[in-house]
Design a protein around this ligand. Structure first.
Ligand SMILES: [Zn+2]
Ligand SMILES: [Zn+2]
Ligand SMILES: [Zn+2]
Length: 447
C-alpha cells in the first residue's frame, strides 16, 4: 500500500482542471491613481478610437432613432397611435382604443395613466378594447435614450451586457447604445483615461448628447480576503472599490449620470466585494452619491456570472422600458439565480439582501446539501421536505432504518418578499429579504 503522502501527491486520472479557472484570487493592493497619473493623456482632439490588445473603447448601436409614439403602451405593438398630450410619452393604438379622428377631443387625448393620476374617481372618456400585453394595469413603453456602459477588466468577457443590449434593442432600436470599455491599470501605456474622455465627450457634445439614462456594469475579479477589485489581469494588482469608482467616475461622468434618477450600477464580481465590511461600507458611500437608483452586488463567493445575465436582462427591461421600478417582480422569474447567489441591492440609505428559499432545495433560505444526501445514512434522494408553518420546513429521510430529520426556520432578520411564503412543498420557491438601514449596524426586521 502506498503511504498517505504518496497518495496525496497522486492525482487520479479522471481529475482535471475545469474550464472555469478564473475565480477571484488574492491580488496585491496597488494604488491606481498613482499608477495612472504618470500615463500621458492622449490629446483631446484625437477622436479616432484606438484598438490595442490591452484596452479598447467600442460603441454599438443600430436601428432608427425613436420618438414618442414608437409603441402602443397597451398592446406594445402599434401602427396608428395617439400620443398622450399630458405625459407626451404614452401612446395608444387605434386597436386598443377606437379613436374617432373626427372628434376634436382626440387632439386632447390623455392616457389612462395620466388620467387616473389626475382624476381617480371619474369615468374615462375613451373606451379600452384590450387588456394589454403586460401584467400591469397602466402599462408603459419608455423609449428615452439609454446607454449600457460595460466597463470590464481586460481579458474578462462581458457577454451579459451584450445580451442585455440585444434584449432591449428590440424596444429601443437606435435609442440604445452599448459602450464597451476595458481597463488594465498595470499597463503603463493604458488608454483608459483617454478612452473614458472620448466616451464622456460623446455623451456631452457628441453623437450621444441626448442620452439621459444609464446602466453601468463593472466586471472584474475581487480579492476574496479584502474584497478589493482587480485592476489588472492575472491577479497582479487590486484596489479598493471606492478608489476604482472615483477614478472611473470623474465629475464629468457624474454630471452625465445626473440626467436621470433611475440609473443602475451592477458590480459583477465575487461575493467578497459586498461581504467584506470595509468594501461594503465603500459601496454604501457610492450608493449615497445618488447617481444610481440601484447598485447591485451578488453575495456568492465564487460568482458564476452566467447566472446573472437573464436577471439583468429582465431587470433592465422592466425598469428602463416598462417603467416597473421594483426589483421583486423581476426576482420572481429568476429562481435559478437565487439558487446560486443572494442579491444585494444598495440604495441611498438602505441595503436590501434578497435570498431565495425552496422547501426542498433551500429550506427557509438555508444553503444545505442535506436535501440531496441524507447526512446520517448518506443515501441519495431519500429526503423529502414538509412545510410546517409560515416559518419552518422539516427535511426527513424516508428510509425506514434512518428517519433522520431536521427543521429549518426562517432567519430572524428576513421577511417574505411581498408577504408571499411557500404554503406547501409543491410551491416553486419564494424570496426572503432583509433590510439594513442607515444608522443601524444590524439587520432589522421589517414587519
Ligand atoms: Zn395597442
Ligand atoms: Zn399620459
Ligand atoms: Zn437517512
Amino acid at each position: 500500500m502506498a503511504s498517505n503522502s504518496k497518495i496525496a501527491s497522486l492525482r487520479p486520472r479522471n481529475v482535471q482542471k475545469s474550464y472555469k479557472l478564473a475565480f477571484g484570487a488574492p491580488a496585491p493592493q496597488r494604488s491606481l491613481l498613482k499608477k495612472s497619473s504618470g500615463v500621458a493623456k492622449q490629446s483631446r482632439g484625437k477622436k479616432a478610437m484606438k484598438f490595442t490588445p490591452t484596452d479598447s473603447l467600442l460603441f454599438t448601436t443600430n436601428g432608427p432613432r425613436l420618438g414618442p409614439g414608437a409603441w402602443c403602451s397597451i398592446c406594445r405593438d402599434g401602427d396608428d397611435v395617439v400620443i398622450c398630450t399630458t405625459c407626451k410619452v404614452n401612446s395608444i393604438c387605434t386597436l386598443c382604443i377606437e379613436f374617432n379622428f373626427e372628434d376634436p377631443e382626440t387632439e386632447n387625448f390623455e392616457c389612462p395613466a395620466c388620467f387616473i393620476k389626475r382624476s381617480p374617481h371619474k369615468s374615462y372618456r375613451w373606451r379600452l378594447n384590450s387588456r394589454g400585453a403586460g401584467r400591469e394595469n397602466l402599462p408603459k413603453v419608455i423609449t428615452t435614450p439609454l446607454a449600457i456602459i460595460a466597463i470590464h477588466l481586460q481579458g474578462m468577457t462581458d457577454r451579459g451586457s451584450v445580451i442585455v443590449y440585444h434584449h432591449l434593442a428590440e424596444w429601443l432600436q437606435g435609442n440604445l447604445v452599448l459602450v464597451d470599455l476595458t481597463f488594465n491599470f498595470d499597463d503603463p501605456n493604458n488608454q483608459f483615461e483617454s478612452n473614458l474622455d472620448t466616451m464622456l465627450e460623446s455623451f456631452e457634445t457628441g453623437d450621444f448628447k441626448e442620452w439621459t439614462r444609464f446602466l453601468v456594469v463593472i466586471t472584474t475579479h475581487s480579492d476574496p480576503e479584502t474584497g478589493y477589485l482587480h485592476i489588472a489581469p492575472g491577479h497582479t494588482a487590486s484596489a479598493p472599490v471606492d478608489e476604482l469608482f472615483n477614478f472611473m467616475f470623474p465629475e464629468r461622468f457624474h454630471n452625465i449620470l445626473k440626467r436621470s434618477p433611475t440609473n443602475i450600477l451592477s458590480l459583477l464580481s465575487c461575493g467578497a466585494l459586498s461581504n467584506q465590511p470595509e468594501s461594503r461600507e465603500m459601496i454604501k458611500q457610492i450608493s449615497s452619491t445618488n447617481l444610481f437608483d440601484k447598485v447591485l452586488c451578488f453575495s456568492q463567493r465564487n460568482l458564476q456570472t452566467a447566472f446573472t445575465h437573464k436577471f439583468l436582462m429582465d431587470l433592465a427591461l422592466n425598469q428602463f422600458v416598462f417603467d416597473r421600478m421594483g426589483i421583486t417582480n423581476t426576482l420572481r422569474d429568476h429562481q435559478a439565480l437565487g439558487a446560486h447567489t443572494d442579491i444585494i441591492l444598495f440604495r441611498p440609505g438602505i441595503i436590501q439582501t434578497f435570498r431565495w428559499t425552496h422547501p426542498g432545495a433551500r429550506p427557509m433560505g438555508h444553503d444545505t446539501s442535506s436535501s440531496l444526501q441524507c447526512p446520517k445514512c448518506s443515501r441519495l434522494n431519500t429526503i423529502s421536505p414538509k412545510f410546517l408553518e409560515m416559518d419552518s420546513t422539516r427535511l426527513r429521510c424516508s428510509s425506514s432504518d434512518c428517519r433522520w430529520e431536521e427543521t429549518y426556520c426562517r432567519p430572524t432578520h428576513f421577511n417574505w418578499c411581498q408577504n408571499e411564503s411557500p404554503r406547501n412543498k409543491e410551491e416553486r420557491g419564494a424570496w426572503l429579504y432583509s433590510e439594513e438601514k442607515e444608522g443601524n449596524n444590524k439587520s432589522m426586521d421589517v414587519a
